[in-house]
Design a protein around this ligand. Structure first.
Ligand code: GUN
Ligand code: ZN
Length: 450
């Protein structure tokens, strides 16, 4: 249990008319990728954000009347809650594991940790810890890989429902090239998918994602089953990994000799559509990018993981220029932090190596409104627009002496926000709100920390 978790008694209940004061920052459209001056940015310093029944209803500079419960965060930054479009809940236990690239990292660290989630008590405790950790990093929505075990999916959906969070997840499918304890079979997996979809898909803010882990761990028969399940139910998502690591790409070419490319394996089985989210996509070619664009499937850019596992440098500009949808993701435990600030900072550095200087706006948009739109959730999350759910976070502009000094000398808003991204992390977080309920509150001030 997080020491910062807000007890039920402390939580402000939805239904109350709430007004939060702070510097409101969000986007009304998509910014260009490398421009510091952007009309897409909406900055409303020292405004009150008005919330009723868990939804944003407006914003104003004047203090609202006494019918509104006032929460005064004057001088702090208020952003839409972050969206992490690709993250693994059982991998908190292997975050920061030394010395491996993707395939041996899976065998050495990840599969053993995931096998432990067969125990329902561990799955339940792990799900609670994971979602509280997301909230403690300013992430209010996520698309999550649990494990092959049905209980791990159940536990994650239950914990998300308790917290009112927008969570998309589904049973990981693996019927080969994994330890016995993590392998399923086509029929049993299909039954589990159907039961979980029936129970959870579309319940409140929850949605089901058909989740073949990656091509090497599923047979053709299992991928075909995944395609059938996807076609059977409206509104399902699909999540998987693609073209992350060069050894992995070579292995996929051996396993699926008739496919034109790694991505084509998924296309052949009917798995690419506008609700498909594929992690990484580092080793793609022009034909792959055209296939992504035409299908509407998106790439979740995972810079922290790509650096940590030595996977390679994703080409943002090539993908964007080809019309591919993109979102930003931590990919913990391949990634080394749940912080979307750190993820944005790593994203900047990866693209800088390729000669693209992403603006603070492009980065922040990818972690909020951009992800929301890519997931088809733009009318629910990702901005502070009236009508959207009140999923938002309150941040310090700085929480160290160095960062405070940098904010003082910053000459304009872009410089301030860029420095906030590059120097910041979850220590800047003051509160996380989900559907108008405060679900995480910092209990220690930055000054009181050692
Ligand atoms: N490819 C297949 N499984 C995984 C995983 O758990 N993490 C990463 N980064 N890549 C994968
Ligand atoms: Zn992943």
């Amino acid at each position: 249990m997080s020491e910062h978790r807000v007890s039920p008694a402390q939580q402000r209940q939805p239904g109350a008319r709430l007004a939060l004061r702070g510097d409101l920052l969000d986007f009304t459209t998509a910014p260009a990728r490398a421009e510091a001056d952007s009309a897409a940015v909406r900055f409303r310093p020292d405004h009150w954000l008005l919330i009723e029944h868990g939804r944003i209803v407006g914003a104003q500079s004047a203090a609202p009347d006494a019918s509104w419960q006032q929460v005064d965060h004057k001088g702090k930054l208020i952003l839409p809650g972050f969206i992490d479009s690709h993250v693994h809940s059982p991998q908190l236990d292997v975050i920061g594991s030394w010395g491996a690239q993707l395939l041996d990292w899976l065998d050495t660290y990840t599969f053993p940790a995931e096998a432990r989630m067969a125990d329902p008590a561990q799955a339940q405790a792990g799900s609670v810890q994971f979602l509280d950790a997301l909230l403690a990093h300013g992430t209010t929505s996520a698309m999550v890989f649990p494990t092959v075990h049905k209980t791990s999916v159940q536990a994650l959906f239950e914990a998300a429902q308790t917290r009112g969070m927008r969570v998309i997840t589904g049973k990981v499918l693996m019927d080969r090239h994994a330890p016995e304890a993590l392998r399923d079979d086509v029929d049993g997996a299909e039954r589990a998918c159907e039961e979980l979809i029936e129970r959870w898909h579309g319940q409140g803010r929850l949605a089901y994602a058909v989740t073949p882990r990656f091509a090497p761990t599923s047979t053709d028969a299992q991928l075909a089953m995944a395609g059938r399940v996807l076609a059977r139910h409206a509104g399902l998502y699909m999540q998987t990994h693609v073209a992350e690591n060069r050894d992995e790409v070579r292995w996929v070419a051996e396993l699926f000799p008739t496919a034109r490319s790694y991505l084509d394996v998924y296309a052949m089985h009917g798995l690419l559509n506008a609700r498909a989210v594929l992690g990484h996509g580092i080793w793609l070619d022009d034909a792959d990018r055209a296939m992504l664009r035409d299908s509407g499937a998106q790439i979740a850019f995972c810079p922290s993981s790509n650096l940590f596992l030595g996977s390679g440098l994703f080409g943002w500009a090539a993908a964007e220029d080809a019309g591919v949808k993109m979102s930003l993701a931590s990919d913990v435990g391949g990634g080394t932090s749940l912080s979307m600030q750190r993820t944005m900072a790593d994203g900047y550095k990866v693209q800088a190596l390729a000669g693209t200087k992403l603006s603070a706006w492009a980065l922040l948009h990818a972690a909020t409104r951009g992800s929301a739109h890519a997931l088809g959730l733009g009318d629910e999350v990702g901005s502070l627009e009236a009508g959207l759910m009140a999923d938002l976070c309150v941040w310090d502009w700085a929480s160290s002496d160095v960062a405070r000094r940098r904010q003082q000398v910053a000459r304009d808003l872009h410089e301030k926000v860029f420095a906030w991204i590059m120097l910041g992390d979850e220590r800047d977080l003051v509160e996380s709100w989900v559907a108008g309920v405060c679900r995480h509150r910092r209990t220690r001030t930055p000054e009181s920390r050692a």
